[in-house]
Ligand binder design. Structure first.
Ligand code: BES
Ligand code: MN
Ligand code: ZN
Length: 493
């Protein structure tokens, strides 16, 4: 369950809430909420600043209890840093740090005045959406396969109110995005023995059954054989878990309007296959279905918002395993498009399932196709954990996607998709090879996909670095759900 969001109109000193959140700048400038508390407490805030107990240092949080003259039992003061340098990134940080502090407290609800501070270039809706999404992101906890022993770390927070007037639409959007993000995170975090291709397909079906106007079709191995999806099936053939292709449709714009299409890489576990990966860190490859989770999460949010667009979401769910029946390096696969592919590395499997999904989705005559995939380690080397890699030949589509990412702090960075790179994919035995050598690995992967999307407005998001936090306790982030949903909201306007 996501947090419940609402708007607060009461004054900070008199609001009846177990915890209120106010911002404080570093240079002793009080935000207007902090100034009101200062007045109500007879100078209490300024005294704490003078004594050095609260500093306003960017990202810091201090909890004050039972201030006389203030109704709320707790005041969480969040540092905003230098008032002259305060910007969108600083707001984002303050929103996340205050939410992180909040989730450790024994309170079920809170009220935040963070949203009243001015952020250059950003409007009230942006502030609300950013604060609400940060709160929900921090409040999420994974509990599907264990009972957290540490009761002190349980999250009690159920609802949060934000200072703001007439911003109901922003909260509705934030709520839908948060729901999509949670959907994606939960799928990503589940272990691959549970979240296998059949599980992903079942999630899609369950969602469709529970929502009016949503249809779902799941293609089985036989169906894929009949369609000639030799590339996807090549990857799938080494796994005991049969592949599934889930197709969700939302008809928010009525018949005859071309849909937007989302396509996701759903490798439920990527061992590398016969080109097997090293064991260290291989457990992170349970997240190799995060592209699929991301497009499903975006679809869920779009339906929740009942966006007036037509949307089709295709998820290719496959496991990549070494086995006596596995595909091998030097195999030549025939894709649904008719192009033949020489497999030079069975670990470059994502593009092999995506190419058939991208060909399949064209039967819906989409006006735009966007795929999301944890496609290459090279993208993580290039951009790290902060930006998703965006590749498209369409400048307008690129600008729209980059803008949506900036608006939701789910940022992408464009890499070139020039045909100059295509030569790296030449093969002496097939139309194309599935790897492009050691240089520009993220781009050559994009170039491979480009060969299957000719004539369409298409963009590729490589979310290998952004879809989860690395390390043993790293969780799925839900990216690129915010970017995709914002893009679709913008198209609905
Ligand atoms: N799922 C991986 C990409 C990946 C690696 C994502 C590490 C996140 C972290 C993908 O299937 C893969 O193995 N790609 C190979 C491609 C190579 C064989 C051309 C890679 O990036 O090493
Ligand atoms: Mn791989
Ligand atoms: Zn992979």
């Amino acid at each position: 369950m996501t947090l419940k969001f609402s708007l607060a109109q009461a004054a900070p000193e008199t609001v009846d809430s177990p915890c209120i959140i106010v911002g404080l700048y570093e240079d002793r400038v009080l935000t207007s909420a902090a100034a009101r508390l200062d007045e109500a407490t007879g100078g209490g805030i300024k005294r704490l600043v003078a004594s050095g107990d609260i500093t306003g240092k960017a990202g810091s949080t201090t909890l004050l209890f039972n201030l006389s003259g203030v109704t709320a039992a707790r005041v969480l003061v969040v540092g905003l840093g230098d008032s002259k340098k305060f910007d969108a990134a600083a707001f984002h940080r303050a929103a996340n740090e205050s939410a992180r502090a909040l989730k450790g407290l024994p309170v079920a609800s809170a009220t935040s005045w963070l949203t009243e501070v001015d952020v250059p270039g950003r409007d009230a809706a942006w502030k609300l959406r950013t604060a609400a999404l940060a709160a929900d992101l921090q409040a999420y906890r994974y509990t599907a396969t264990f009972k957290p022993k540490d009761n002190a770390r349980a999250v009690h927070l159920e609802s949060i109110a934000f200072a703001g007037d007439g911003q109901d639409r922003a909260l509705v959007e934030a709520d839908a995005i948060a729901g999509g993000v949670r959907f994606a995170r939960e799928l990503g975090n589940l272990p691959p023995n549970i979240c296998n291709p059949a599980w992903i397909a079942a999630q899609a079906k369950t969602f469709a059954d529970a929502h009016d106007g949503v249809s779902c079709e799941v293609l089985e191995r036989d169906d894929m054989q009949a369609l000639g999806m030799g590339s996807l099936l090549g990857v799938a053939q080494g796994s005991a878990n049969p592949p599934k292709l889930a197709v969700l449709q939302w008809n928010g714009a009525g018949n005859g309007v071309k849909p937007y299409a989302l396509v996701g890489k759903g490798i439920t576990f990527d061992t590398g296959g016969i080109s097997i990966k090293p064991s260290a860190g291989m457990e992170e490859m349970k997240f190799d279905m995060c592209g699929a989770a991301g497009v499903l999460g975006a679809f869920v949010a779009a339906v929740e918002l009942r966006l007036p667009i037509n949307l089709v979401c295709v998820v290719a769910a496959v496991e990549n395993m070494p086995d006596g029946n596995s595909y091998r390096p030097s195999d030549v696969l025939t894709s649904m498009s008719g192009l033949t592919i020489e497999v030079l590395n069975t670990d470059a499997e994502g593009r092999l399932i995506l190419c058939d999904a991208l060909t399949y989705v064209q039967k819906f005559e989409p006006q735009v196709i966007i795929d999301a995939a944890t496609l290459t380690g090279a993208c993580v080397v290039a951009l790290g954990k902060h930006a998703s890699g965006l590749m498209t030949k369409d400048d307008e589509l690129a600008d729209q996607l980059l803008a949506a990412g900036n608006a939701t702090h789910d940022r992408a960075w464009r890499l070139p998709l020039w045909d100059d790179y295509q030569g790296q994919l030449d093969s002496g035995f097939a139309d194309v090879a599935n790897i492009g050598g050691k240089y520009a690995g993220a781009i050559t992967a994009g170039c491979f996909l480009a060969r299957f999307t000719n004539g369409y407005r298409w963009a590729h998001l490589d979310v290998a670095g952004t879809a989860w936090d690395e390390g043993r306790k790293g969780l799925a982030t839900g990216r690129p759900v915010p970017l995709l949903v914002q893009y679709l909201i913008d198209r609905s306007a």
